[in-house]
Ligand binder design. Structure first.
Ligand code: GAR
Length: 212
């Protein structure tokens, strides 16, 4: 079977990208290969992580461009690289509907909360954890879902919860959610996709049994 060609989209530190690179290195994504990393920020540390792993990189700067222009340039880059799966790993850009038509059920996002809580436009990065703490929830976590034109609104693939602890700061909570949820769920979801085990039925994602 030919491997699925994966592009990872990033904007910042890239710890989720690193989790994917490490999983790939351990042979945990046998039916896929990360062939391209695209950053919206020229100085994102995620680009250094990709270079260290020998993965081709590209930067498409978001600032100063219309949303449609950015989306068109991104789609062209993904087409040129014959991408099967797009992974949003800390990608802080909202794309035009054109992208989601093209990559329907072929784009996966990781969000640092239990969707439908603390999600949508304006909920990104550390802000998500600030909001969870301010609201006083006792549990939070992460969600990996198919991305569609509604920000954080697509069908849910995997979720995992962690408790909020008494002296948590946004930073300590972010770390727990990353370590215990995001870095585990994202590689697992990518593997399931590449193995052809995700079946989307409306909003419901079913995980097919592994073939013996
Ligand atoms: C991660 O927590 C990711 O879930 C979140 O930003 C962080 C990026 O970290 N993404 C969003 O908030 C998107 N709505 P990373 O660059 O180290 O992977």
């Amino acid at each position: 079977m030919t491997k699925k060609r994966i592009a990872v989209l990033v904007s910042g530190g890239g710890t989720n990208l690193q989790a994917l690179i490490d999983a790939q290195g351990r042979g945990e994504i046998p039916s896929g290969e990360i062939v391209l990393v695209v950053s919206s920020e020229p100085d994102a540390y995620a680009l250094t992580r990709a270079e260290k792993a020998g993965i081709p990189t590209m930067t498409i700067v978001r600032r100063g461009k219309k949303r449609e222009t950015f989306t068109r340039l991104l789609c062209k880059a993904l087409d040129d690289a014959h991408i099967d799966l797009v992974v949003f790993a800390g990608f802080m850009v909202i794309l035009s509907p054109m992208f989601f038509e093209k990559f329907e059920n072929r784009a996966i996002n990781v969000h640092p909360a239990l969707i439908p809580s603390f999600c949508g436009e304006g909920f990104y990065g550390l802000h998500v954890h600030e909001q969870a703490l301010a609201y006083g929830v006792k549990l939070t976590g992460a969600t990996v879902h198919f991305a569609n034109a509604v920000t954080d609104g697509g069908p849910i693939i995997l979720q995992k919860a962690v408790p909020i602890e008494e002296n948590d700061t946004p930073e300590t909570l972010q770390r727990r959610v990353m370590e215990q949820c995001e870095w585990q769920l994202l590689p697992r979801a990518v593997r399931l996709f590449c193995d052809g085990r995700l079946q989307v039925d409306g909003r419901i994602v079913r995980i097919k049994e592994e073939e013996a």
